[in-house]
Ligand binder design. Sequence first.
Ligand SMILES: [Zn+2]
Length: 106
Amino acid sequence: MSKQCDFCDQKEIAKSYACPDFDIESIFLNLDKRETSSLVSHSIGHWGACTTCAALIDADKWDELRERSLTTCSVMKGTTGAEREALLEYIKVLHGEFRRLRLTVA
Ligand SMILES: [Zn+2]
């Protein structure tokens, strides 16, 4: 299990959320390199969240959580324009799946 928050990369896990395994693939256009990139995520089991992210999840503040991920996650560093937009969309889908699927486990 990872030792950092799955939402913002902070090295703290305050709360763990049960979630079924799932895969997500996003394909987006990288305008600078003139090619398409795909980003695949395999979500396996529990998601860990730091104190701040857990508070946002529990309060159902998904937009704020996405904004937080956008500014803190290492994958976002150095991205601009269309690439950043695509990653934002990717995070939206990823969080959306987590949000939907975690409700299926008791
Ligand atoms: Zn976090």
